[in-house]
Design a protein around this ligand. Structure first.
Ligand code: MLT
Length: 255
């Protein structure tokens, strides 16, 4: 069972948040879209107000999103957007529930699985989360989550992201890190995605940089790619004006 923000009316747009944040990271998009769309932004299992899931995995997160739509009696195809971890979940959803998709937005994310170095780093982070807590994970990630421009010029964004990440439970962080570490490679399935897809990437994103976005664009037949200036990995929060313009234009095309 997931807890979500569910506002507005019109075609359904579902937004899936990044690690280690929660649905509140989508506030700038929720505000911009709710006049024309029904926007549903769930907390993925264990984050924010949603209960933790035993045996968390990216596929299980996608199943939870599908169940959440069932709970809300939404059976028409939706536009699903995900940023980073949310994008991994969106790709799993696209593989498992293709008939439920009208469009896909993949922001600051990638199809590839973790390599050996990334997996070892997840293990270290799990140990830190267990021994020190979520705040330590946030501090370690913050310099990478946000672009240089945001770090230098937007202290309010830095503070808001820090607050969101530090508020998560350590057990959630551990479960999600395991899910991230063990997620499968989505590359073989990109060719099966048959809906309009918008790939977005912050120009200062160092976690999932342009090369990852280009790979998504090349793999998905109906994909368009746009990059967002003065934004790092959390492009939706760092440059909401450009992010929202691109999103709105895309959604108008999806219909
Ligand atoms: C995220 O922003 O969701 C994470 O950086 C994803 C990851 O660590 O792979």
């Amino acid at each position: 069972m997931l807890i979500s923000t569910d506002v507005g009316s019109g075609p359904v747009v579902v937004l899936l948040h990044a690690f280690p944040l929660d649905r509140r990271m989508w506030l700038p998009q929720i505000e911009a879209l709710a006049d024309m769309y029904r926007v549903i932004a769930p907390d993925l299992p264990g984050f924010g107000d949603s209960p933790l899931l035993t045996n968390a995995s990216i596929d299980a997160f996608a199943d939870q999103v599908a169940e959440h739509l069932d709970d809300k009696d939404i059976d028409e195809p939706v536009t699903l957007g995900g940023l980073s971890m949310g994008g991994y979940v969106a790709l799993a959803f696209a593989r498992k529930y293709p008939e439920r998709l009208a469009g896909l937005v993949l922001a600051d994310t990638k199809a590839e699985a973790d390599d050996a170095t990334a997996r070892a780093n997840r293990d270290k982070m799990m140990a830190t989360a267990t021994s020190v807590g979520a705040g330590a994970i946030m501090e370690a990630m913050l310099p990478k989550l946000l672009g240089t421009t945001t770090q230098q010029e937007r202290p309010e964004v830095v503070a808001a992201v820090r607050k969101l990440g530090s508020a998560q439970r350590a057990e959630t962080i551990v479960a999600a890190l395991k899910a991230l570490r063990d997620r499968p490679d989505a590359t073989p399935y990109l060719k099966d995605i048959a809906v309009p897809t918008l790939v977005l990437v912050g120009q200062e994103d160092t976690i999932t940089p342009l090369a990852n976005a280009e790979k998504l664009k090349r793999g998905i037949t109906q994909a368009r790619l746009a990059s967002i200036p003065e934004a790092g990995h959390l492009a939706n929060a760092e440059n909401p004006t450009v992010f929202n313009d691109l999103l709105m234009t895309f959604l108008t095309g999806v219909g």
